[in-house]
Design a protein. Structure first.
Length: 283
């Protein structure tokens, strides 16, 4: 799939005019900054049916604080968009400390059950010991010449460190596409739409107490549907129609409040765990 990543530098972009399968939007930086174009850009991409991504530009202030700021800002798109940490040297006081990045990634995974992507230049892949369980979005440019989409972009033969290959590869910052007069970052995703959504939605392993085994359960929220929603509705004691509507959302919030969980109406790892424990305690 072909796509672009954008920020306030593309504040005038009309996504309806630009050919792309996916759009990755800058959301936050540091512990307080929110891109002024984030909401408009992600809303537009969603309305157009694009596969979505949101990213946080690492800066300073503490890995957990940065991650929490990011998650609060993109809360409406957790489960819809892939989550990304943008790891670059500029304005990043911790750039030579990869443990800071890993702390951010692990914090996001713990809070959401989703393994976020990490973005970096290809040379940085090889400079430090990373964790390949977090999918890679990698950048390397052959030159600074204008380019359209490429099916087989150039990369050197030096490898990607602990990763066998990236899931997304950025190969130009001088992209020229119909419908936009400025430069764009061009990316190719080595996956199909279903795989993209699987990264966005995440899978959480919920361990049953007393060694009852485990269930592979997705993050669900208002708008979700299917068997996992039915299971959650059974736990809540509401009509199990398999549609996560306003009633299920409100009952979820009440359940989270009663179990001292974050009250956001989103069923992630902690809500599933508490819900399954309540079932086992009643049988």
């Amino acid at each position: 799939m072909n796509g672009i990543d954008i920020s306030r530098w593309q504040k005038d972009i009309q996504l309806s005019r630009v050919p792309c399968d996916f759009v990755i939007v800058k959301a936050t930086q540091g512990t307080g900054y929110v891109s002024p174009t984030y909401k408009q850009q992600i809303t537009s991409a969603e309305a157009l049916g694009k596969y979505l991504g949101v990213y946080h530009y690492a800066s300073s202030g503490g890995a957990a604080a940065e991650a929490e700021h990011f998650l609060r800002t993109v809360a409406d798109y957790i489960g819809k968009a892939i989550l990304v940490l943008d790891w670059e040297g500029e304005q990043n006081a911790n750039f030579n400390n990869p443990s800071y990045a890993l702390d951010f990634l692990n914090y996001v995974k713990k809070r959401t059950g989703i393994s976020p992507f990490i973005y970096m230049s290809k040379s940085v892949c090889r400079q430090y010991k990373w964790d390949a369980s977090f999918p890679l979005w990698c950048a390397q440019y052959r030159n600074q010449q204008p380019s359209g989409y490429q099916a087989q972009p150039w990369t050197d033969n030096k490898g990607f460190g602990v990763w066998r290959s990236p899931k997304i590869f950025q190969y130009s910052s001088k992209g020229q596409l119909d419908g936009y007069s400025g430069n764009l970052d061009l990316d190719i995703a080595y996956m199909n739409g279903s795989e993209w959504l699987s990264y966005a939605q995440g899978k959480v392993i919920v361990k049953e107490p007393e060694d009852h085994g485990s269930f592979d359960l997705p993050i669900i929220r208002r708008g979700s549907s299917g068997k996992a929603v039915k299971l959650w509705q059974v736990i809540l004691g509401v009509e199990p129609d398999g549609l996560f509507g306003i009633i299920t959302q409100e009952e979820t919030r009440q359940f989270q409040l009663e179990n001292n969980l974050k009250v956001d109406g989103i069923v992630g790892a902690q809500s599933w765990k508490a819900g399954m424990e309540s079932v086992w305690q009643s049988v």
